[in-house]
Design a protein around this ligand. Structure first.
Ligand SMILES: *Cc1c(COP(=O)(O)O)cnc(C)c1O
Length: 384
């Protein structure tokens, strides 16, 4: 099934998948093969070598494309592998405009890998889309946006960015990892490419590392598919199967993440041990109106700044939870807590990090889908 007339949950379960033609297996088989039989050289059933194509991966790519209302999908062996392919469309001298509170690994790849290849990056405050205008010149080729941002949940106006990017012929890519396609569809708002760390909400069970790119632009798809096959950051069939399975509950999980996230955000908002709560659902969030316009709900990612806590105290608190596991990553069914300054964002220099609000007493919560009473009790047990 690949029909956009069906609603989101139905597509999460069925899109890209048909009963297996050889056996009738209802679930997509794990085609654990690196190569395919050819009747005579070049005469095959559409599959020649598994770096290029694998049927389990094809089903997943079509399912993800359907969920992002895209024509095409490409799956990568990690989120970073997907981002890498987008930047590889550029050449020396080209310039990229992006946000100043990016995922740490993206910042590291831009500054430590691609800057060496003569590509210039501008890390700017994207809370107002018109800030982009001052950085555009004839070399600007890519606008790379994350929203909500990680970890301070800033919201970037996707439609406003798309208008500017279009007017200046700049390719516009959105990292949609935090929202997931359940909450937000950047292509519908004018983006050219959507990137996902499939590792997070899409996989949903913290058992796979994977990335994806989705687009409806034929020429971008061709260029990205060429890089995908040529550079080879492609995932295996077992991981593709696990994500197909994870996706079948995406809509149910996201609904529960949003409900639990809302309760946790409000519990923390007026808590005496907390100085600040970052969550786009609050009416006093600086871009709440934009969030309301472009997202269907506000998700389960929340960051908090602890009141009067030095690094030692912050570590003590981060390690004292029973339901929240102290770990990197997010978006799994289980609740996770993370200390960005020393974990996910340690590769960003302290000064840069603090400018973006990633202070030493900031903790990031990925609110899971456990019973919310247990999650709240865990927070009370630690914070008082
Ligand atoms: C995790 C993450 C990435 C990187 O994805 P991997 O699958 O870990 O390579 C990129 N962007 C965001 C927002 C992420 O959370």
């Amino acid at each position: 099934m690949n029909n956009q007339e069906f609603k989101f949950g139905t597509r999460a379960i069925h899109a890209g998948q048909e009963p297996d033609p050889t056996t009738g297996a209802v679930m997509t088989p794990i085609y654990q093969t690196s190569t395919y039989w050819q009747e005579s050289p070049g005469k095959h059933k559409g599959y020649a070598y598994a770096r290029g194509k694998n049927p389990t991966r094809t089903a997943l790519e079509n399912c993800l494309a359907s969920l992002e209302n895209a024509k095409f999908g490409l799956c990568f062996s990690s989120g970073m592998g997907a981002t890498d392919a987008v930047v590889k469309m550029l050449k020396p001298g080209d310039e990229v405009i992006t946000g100043n509170d990016l995922y740490g690994g993206t910042y590291r790849m831009f500054t430590k890998v691609f800057a060496n290849y003569g590509i210039k990056f501008h890390f700017i405050d994207l809370s107002k889309a018109e800030n982009i205008l001052a950085y555009i010149n004839q070399n600007t080729k890519l606008l790379w946006v994350e929203t909500p941002t990680n970890p301070t949940m800033q919201i970037v106006d996707i439609a406003a960015c798309a208008t500017i990017a279009k007017a200046h012929h700049i390719t516009f890519a959105v990292d949609n990892t935090f929202a997931s396609p359940y909450l937000q569809n950047p292509l519908d708002l004018g983006a050219d490419i959507v990137m996902h760390s499939v590792t997070k909400y899409l996989g949903g069970h913290s058992d796979v590392v994977m990335g994806a790119l989705l687009t409806s632009d034929d020429s971008l798809y061709e260029r990205l598919a060429f890089i995908h096959n040529s550079c080879g950051a492609t995932p295996g069939p077992m991981d593709s199967f696990l994500v197909l399975r994870g996706l079948k509950t995406l809509h149910l999980r996201m609904k529960a993440h949003c409900e639990n996230g809302r309760e946790v955000a409000h519990f923390l908002k007026n808590h005496p041990a907390i100085e600040k709560v970052y969550w786009p659902g609050f009416t006093d969030h600086p871009n709440h109106e934009v969030a309301k316009k472009q997202m269907r709900d506000f998700g389960g990612m929340i960051s908090i700044v602890l009141k009067n806590a030095d690094l030692h105290k912050t570590f003590e608190i981060a390690s004292a939870f029973k339901v929240f596991t102290l770990a990197e990553s997010l978006g799994g069914v289980e609740s996770l807590i993370n200390h960005p300054a020393t974990m996910t964002h340690a590769s960003i220099p302290k000064e840069e990090r603090e400018k973006a609000g990633v202070v030493d007493n900031l903790l990031r919560l990925s609110v899971g889908v456990e019973d919310v009473e247990d999650i709240l009790q865990d927070l009370k047990q630690v914070l008082g």
